[in-house]
Design a protein around this ligand. Structure first.
Ligand code: PLP
Length: 369
């Protein structure tokens, strides 16, 4: 049993096969159709599908104007791509600690780290729970910063009644198989800002700009981009998956509620808190082993031995050799993220998981504790 898994059915298979027999394999009509459908679902004006969530982050930072010497404030509790892509544009990731209850960036910690070089606050919706966007927007506006959201975990989540995708100036999604919906590999950039959308669109396609009135072969490169295009094959799968998203979310939320009921009061176990102002997409169910790293390792190993695919999300980025060496981070810099990491254990949660499988996980965990 994995910690997360895609759901692919006959309808998905038929949708992909149909495209394989059509004229277009890439850059056809389904890319725009998928973009429009996700934009509508999330309530964003512009959507740009790309080849991965990592590509979406790279494109989004580029569109936000990130350059050499800029600083991007973010939580250290995220997947490496959130910081790596900013580093590729020459920026410094400035980490700000998480709150223990939300596991998301602490807005007050973020504000403290703003300097003249800060350009972006990057909000990562850890485990599917939206960050405190009201506070973060206020800080971003006050200091004239771009607010970005890495919503790889939180497609379909809502905050104060609004869907993720309209809560930040630019939002990125991932369609990797463990995420809410999949295109195999894939990602998307969402924004309401036309300038950001145009910059992102050029970057996805080598920086190519076609000039109205010029001949068909003519184009200009105003600034270089990359090939971050997605295929029609992938978008056919994405469109088919999107129809099932609300059902997937319902089941994830139901499993999370059941986990809470079944694990409440188990000694030595800390459960994720439930947001009042937000509805999480429950990408992960991150519990904590209260006794810390040694005990967590033991529980992790024993559950893996029993075929239960637990995982640890994530080793905080400031503890990776590159980020220590290059930017001088060290253990002790972000105590909340470190304490969480020492105790963290993501237990299986995916839409196809049965109640019987869930009871099996719960029983194994209770036996060990
Ligand atoms: C999955 C993920 C990404 C990267 O997405 P890919 O599609 O795998 O490139 C970025 N950030 C976070 C938080 C993720 O979970």
């Amino acid at each position: 049993m994995p910690y997360g898994h895609q759901w692919i059915d006959q309808e998905d298979v038929r949708a992909v096969v149909k495209i394989l027999r059509s004229e277009w394999l890439t850059q056809g009509p389904l890319v725009e159709e998928f973009e429009n459908a996700v934009a509508k679902y999330c309530g964003a004006r512009y959507a740009l599908a790309v080849s991965s969530g990592t590509a979406a982050l790279h494109v989004a930072y580029f569109a936000a104007g990130i350059q050499k010497g800029d600083e991007v404030i973010m939580s250290p509790l995220t997947f490496a791509a959130t910081a790596n892509t900013a580093v590729f544009l020459g920026a410094k990731p400035v980490f700000a600690d998480i709150k223990e209850d939300t596991l998301n960036i602490d807005p007050a910690e973020a504000e403290k780290r703003i300097t003249k070089k800060t350009k972006v606050i990057m909000a990562v919706d850890f485990a599917g729970r939206p960050c405190e966007y009201k506070e973060l927007s206020r800080i971003a506006r006050k200091h004239k910063l771009v607010l970005m959201a890495d919503a790889a975990h939180s497609l379909g989540a809502t905050y104060k009644g609004k869907k993720v995708g309209q809560l930040a100036d630019i939002t990125t999604l991932s369609f990797h198989p463990v995420k809410a919906i999949t295109t195999g590999e894939g990602g998307m950039v969402l924004t309401n800002n036309r300038k950001f959308a145009e910059k992102a669109r050029r970057f996805r396609n080598h920086g190519i700009e076609r000039k109205p009135g010029k001949r068909g072969w003519y184009y200009e490169i105003a600034e270089p981009g990359l090939n971050y295009r997605i295929t029609d094959i992938q978008c056919a799968l994405g469109l088919s998956q999107l129809k099932k998203l609300n059902g997937f979310l319902r089941r994830r939320r139901e499993l999370a509620r059941q986990y809470r009921g079944l694990l409440k009061g188990v000694k030595g176990l800390i459960l994720p808190t439930v947001a009042r102002e937000a509805q999480s997409a429950w990408h992960l169910y991150p519990v904590q082993i209260a006794k810390g790293a040694a005990r967590r390792k033991e529980v992790f190993d024993k559950l893996r031995q029993q075929g239960i695919g637990v995982q640890v999300h994530y080793m905080p980025l400031h503890l990776h050799p590159f980020y220590k060496r290059k930017f001088g981070y060290k253990r002790g810099d972000f105590p909340n993220a470190e304490r969480y990491y020492d105790r963290a254990l993501s237990i299986p949660l995916f839409p196809a998981m049965t109640n019987l499988q869930q009871k099996h996980v719960v029983q194994a965990l209770i036996n060990l504790l």
